[in-house]
Write a protein that binds this ligand. Sequence first.
Ligand code: MN
Length: 232
Amino acid sequence: MAENGAYVFPPPPRPSLPVRGTSKLFPVHRIYCVGRNYAEHAIEMGHDPTREPPFFFQKNPDNLVPGGGDFPYPPKSNDVHFEFELVVALGKGGRDIAVERALEHVYGYAVGLDMTRRDLQGEAKKLGRPWDVGKAFEQSAPCSEIVPAIAIGHPDNGALRLTVNGAVKQQGDLNQMIWKVPEMIAILSGLFELQPGDLIFSGTPAGVGAVKRGDVLEGAVEGVAELRVRVV
Ligand code: MN
């Protein structure tokens, strides 16, 4: 790694997440997101929930809101949605990772919000354009601390729940994922060379909806982690 003096201006700090049980940080490389990974959410978005191959999009590592906190309502949208998701944090990378070995690559798990400018995403879908403006904007990825797998194992079931101002909006279970975590890692690693520090937002259950300034979003995945975000 080059020293700071090697750059024409100081490089920005590396995006990172807190890790439960240590003061050391998890350095984030890329953020991959899985689309339509829960049948009832696919149906609510107007799609057939049969097991088509999964598809992926990305957010930028510096879109994270580490540990939760304030989410500034973004510009150019009047329909910003929450999508509450389990996040998989990789500690080892690789290409063409076998499903049976995939979990060996997982450092831990977190919970996150895939905040979405639904109106801009909808327009992009209609015009066959990329989703970036709908998905990869500033502070669009609030994410909890990472909980190491050595502490909690590899959860394949457990309730997911998101409340807005105390009212339950999203409820599901990790066992409802169409594509399971090991399958996601295997398929992604065929498309990209995965790296330590990659995060995978694993898709959202049904019940997505719009936020307004002042809303408090509280999400939890049973046995994993919790996240609290205020829309400002
Ligand atoms: Mn999502």
